[in-house]
Design a protein around this ligand. Sequence first.
Ligand code: ATP
Ligand code: MG
Length: 396
Amino acid sequence: MEKLYLIRYGEIGLKGENRSLFEDKLLSNINKKIKIFDKNLKIYKKPGRIYLITETTKNIVINKLKKTPGIVSFSPVQKVKLDYDLIKKEVLNSAKSFKNKGKINFRISARRSNKKYKYDSMQLQKLLGEYVIDNLTGVDLNVDLYKPDLDINVEIRKDFAYIYTEIIEGLGGLPVGISGTVGLMLSGGIDSPVAGYMSLKRGVKIIPIYFHSFPFTTDRAKEKVIDITKTLSNYQHNIKLHVVDFTKILTEINKNCPDKLLTIIMRRLMIKITEMLISKYDGKAIITGESIGQVASQTLEAIQVTNNISALPILRPLIGLNKVQIVNLAKKIDTYDISIQPYDDCCTVFVPKNPETKPTLEQIIQGEKKLNIDKLIKQAVKSVQILNITDEKLVD
Ligand code: ATP
Ligand code: MG
């Protein structure tokens, strides 16, 4: 059976042309996610809200909408003509289908944007409340205006009334794609998937780049990154994961550069390659999972010399979070359990014994002298393997 969903969105400052761009992007993102289950879905916008009609199982729709950035909240709703008899019947049905049988504290919350309707909100609340009490038998019903178990919402609009009891919270933020495209440096660790999620919520489309160093790291490490990307595709429907063969670069750096600069030089080359790879998507920034002070490569001095290799802004969405907060977010978005699987990535395989915490640019340039950087980067860019990862997984 077809079901109707009322979807609410909103960000402060959303006006004029921006508003319709926002709505169209959100509409198209929802469409892509649900279309997999129901080719004939209908979706349309009305002032301030979006309506979705679909035959898809309710739990699936709820799961998908909960993970779509840009949605503030949504409700499965019943829509009836503006006929009081139909409205009261539907309100009674909502009360009947409420699971918490026995004793129910309830309230009717009526809103009327159509001021021409014969009853105003207060009258509707009173009439419908009385009607439920008179007609629902076998249940101990009480009106509770402040903390009801069951809140039956009735919205009277131009041609129809909308009735719903559930308001499900969404992620908020902006619809993916509205703010442009960025490269996400995605390792198998805990941090970078969270950084990707935070960016997604601000409306960017992510292109993850993973640097793989077989046989220093096993293919299981790559599988882990694929699994993380699958999980992120719950939020961004389609993700192009770029896997770069980093083995040659890692070997050369290890052979030719001072031990204490290994991590920073490695990171600089990763950034340069990311910059080149995302240029074809008009990528405008690079995202990493770094924060300040966590490890030696994350001092301000290290960040400065790392940034220096690219003209693109390098954004670090986790900068203000501590590890506990990052871990909590990773758990919330379901990447944590994948990230803690024990398959090391290259950064943990080649860790300098005494890393330089206050590197200067001069020191780095000197340290990179023996590398044929241009050639190494070109080779790495050529090696890229692109995996199209789409969220088709059924969720319960
Ligand atoms: P993470 O948990 O994301 O691995 P981390 O705190 O362990 O982060 P590092 O391992 O030093 O920190 O890496 C810092 C950042 O560099 C990562 O957050 C990620 O953005 C990027 N990075 C590190 N290794 C890789 C890799 N193999 N491929 C892609 N990006 C990487
Ligand atoms: Mg790491």
